[in-house]
Every structure is written in structure tokens, then in C-alpha cells.
Design a protein. Structure first.
Lengths: 114, 232
């Protein structure tokens, strides 16, 4: 667990460094994720030590972003005026996008039998 | 005594306690989407914050530890993605095409609908990353000048809506291929969709995990550039 946490913090730091040095318009932790992915393909036997820490964090993602999400209720007056736009975007938009993606995949895989 | 409620200890105890209860209820209900822990844990936390008159800003400070861990959690997403990479070899180019077009569609439709209904730029910026996993979405709103809470809520509700309508959409479009079910759920409904995909089958779950990782990665790389290009 400790090794995993150490590696995750190290790769996040490397990602932040890469973004600072190059000025790439991507978040530091995402750069860290890409660097870790590349490193994993090269040295998976060493780096699979991240598994316990990675699985713990990923299986509890809801806990990590929950405090931020509370703001949507506690600061609702800030968003109230756009209630209809939010509903259409999040509910109707999701349904439309899901239908289109399912159709796209059905077409893409039409000759590729499962 | 009342000083105690103004400590990180109190905020973390409240949050983790409410979350633990919400997880328990979610499991007991056989993962009924409308009882998702994100929604259920809100009830006790918000009631107690309002009862004790703790502001949102203070609560955010109390729970800084959890928010900090979103960074390492984002890096950690490389692990499941790495483990699913073998699936790419089977139908590789098709998955990549679907992720690029699907990820773009999800963002464009969300932003276009809200824009058409008069939402301001900051709201549009909060909605653009709504189909990708929350830790990445919360990083991206820094680039699109969106609101964190709105983005977190939009992501969670997108996942819940996706899970609710997916079985119906698959039936109407006569989709029985578990690869398509998994990929669709992963592209549109991120981690919440992926846990539903595992209920279809192990195979659907694996494809959903892959799509979730690739869509998050693609959107993280493309959205900041696209945003500065369109709005810059």
C-alpha cells in the first residue's frame, strides 16, 4: 500500500513537472497518468505494486469528489436560473449521446463478429 | 465542545460516515441507480451542515484531505487502463474511432443544448466534461473556467441517467453484443456505467473499463485545446 501511494505521488509530481516545463494545456495528474501508463508497459513487474493503492482510490472515487459535489445543493441559488438548461443538457443530452454512440458502435462492428 | 465541530476531524467523520451508510444502502438495494451513494450521502451531510450552520467553504476546508487524493486517484486510473489494453488488440481501431467520436459527441451535445437554452460560459464549461470520470472532469473545469460542484453533479447525474436508460436503448436498438453494451456505457456513463456493464457480463465490464479510461484520456487531451480554440 505504501509503495503504491509513493509511486502515485511520484508520477503525479512528474506529471506536474512535465506540464510546468512544457506548458502543455493538460492537467498535471492526467500527464502523470499517461507517464505511468507508458512506464507500466515497459516495467509492469515493478510497477504493479501500485495495484492495492490504485484499487482503493478508484473504488472510492465517489468519497473523494463528494465534498465538492455537496456545493451543487448548498450553492443552488448560483445555478437555479439555468435549471432547464442543466436538465436538458444532463438528462436529455445524455440520452441522445448514448443512442448515437450505440448506433455508431453497431455500425463500426457490423462485420466484426463477437 | 462546539469548537470540535469546526475541525477537519468532524468534517471527515461526517463525510466518511455518511458515505459508508450510503454504500451499505446501495448494496442492500442491489445497486438501484437512484440510490447511488453520491445522492444518498447528500441527505445526512447537508442536513447536519445546515443544522450546525457550517458553511460550504468551511466544509470544503475540513475535507481537503479527500480532495487532495483526487490527484493520485487520477494517476491511478492508468492501472485499470493498462490491464484492459490487451482488448484493444482485438478490435483496436474501432474502439479508438468510437471513443474519439463518442467522447466528442457527448461533450458537444451537452454544451450545445445548454448554450441554446441560454446558459452562460461558466455553466457550459462545467458541462463539457460531464461524460468522463470525475477526477479528470474536476481537473478540466480549471481549463474551461467552470464550477467544480456543478461539474461533479453533472458527471454523477449523467452516470445515473446513462445507467437508467441503457437497458431500454439496447433493447430498442436490438443490441445484444456485450462489447457494444460495455463500450457505450463506458464512453457515456464513465465509472457508474462501468459498474452497470459488469452486471451484463464480465466481458461488457472489461470493454466498459477500457472505454472509460480511453474517453477520459482523450477528453483530457482534447478539451483544453478545443476550448481555447472555440472560446479563445
Amino acid at each position: 500500500m505504501l509503495d503504491g501511494l509513493l509511486l502515485l505521488l511520484l508520477f503525479q509530481f512528474l506529471g506536474e513537472m512535465l506540464v510546468t516545463l512544457t506548458g502543455l494545456p493538460i492537467p498535471g495528474p492526467v500527464a502523470g497518468m499517461v507517464l505511468l501508463l507508458i512506464a507500466l508497459t515497459a516495467r509492469s513487474n515493478v510497477l504493479q505494486r501500485i495495484a492495492p493503492a490504485a484499487n482503493l482510490l478508484i473504488s472510492n472515487l465517489v468519497l473523494l469528489f463528494f465534498p465538492i459535489g455537496v456545493g451543487i445543493v448548498l450553492e443552488w441559488e448560483r445555478y437555479e436560473a439555468y435549471g432547464l438548461a442543466l436538465f436538458m443538457s444532463v438528462v436529455v443530452g445524455t440520452i441522445i449521446a448514448m443512442i448515437l454512440v450505440a448506433l455508431l458502435l453497431k455500425w463500426l462492428l457490423r462485420h466484426n463478429v463477437a | 465542545m462546539s469548537a470540535l465541530i469546526h475541525t477537519p476531524l468532524f468534517g471527515l467523520l461526517l463525510t466518511i460516515g455518511a458515505y459508508r451508510f450510503a454504500i451499505w444502502l446501495y448494496q442492500r438495494s442491489n445497486q438501484f441507480p437512484l440510490l447511488h451513494p453520491f445522492l444518498v450521502a447528500m441527505v445526512p451531510v447537508i442536513s447536519i451542515l445546515m443544522l450546525l450552520d457550517i458553511s460550504y467553504q468551511e466544509y470544503m476546508q475540513q475535507t481537503q484531505l479527500l480532495q487532495f487524493l483526487l490527484g493520485p486517484a487520477t494517476v491511478a486510473l492508468a492501472w485499470p487502463l493498462f490491464r484492459q489494453l490487451t482488448h484493444i488488440k482485438a478490435i483496436g481501431p474501432h474502439i479508438l474511432i468510437a471513443v474519439v467520436i463518442g467522447g466528442t459527441l457527448a461533450a458537444v451535445i451537452a454544451v450545445a443544448l445548454a448554450w441554446w437554452l441560454g446558459a452562460p460560459d461558466a455553466v457550459l464549461g462545467s458541462l463539457a466534461p460531464k461524460s468522463i470520470t470525475t477526477p479528470i472532469a474536476l481537473e478540466l473545469v480549471k481549463f474551461t473556467d467552470g464550477y467544480g460542484p456543478l461539474a461533479a453533479g453533472a458527471v454523477a447525474i449523467t452516470g445515473i441517467v446513462g445507467v437508467l436508460v441503457a437497458p431500454l436503448i439496447f433493447r430498442l436498438l436490438r443490441i445484444t453484443d456485450d462489447r457494444i453494451r460495455g463500450l457505450t456505457l463506458g464512453i457515456i456513463a464513465h465509472a457508474i456505467g462501468t459498474s452497470r456493464a459488469f452486471e451484463f457480463s464480465e466481458r461488457a465490464g472489461a470493454f466498459s473499463s477500457l472505454a472509460l479510461g480511453l474517453t477520459g484520456l482523450f477528453t483530457a487531451l482534447a478539451l483544453p485545446l478545443a476550448w481555447s480554440w472555440v472560446w479563445g
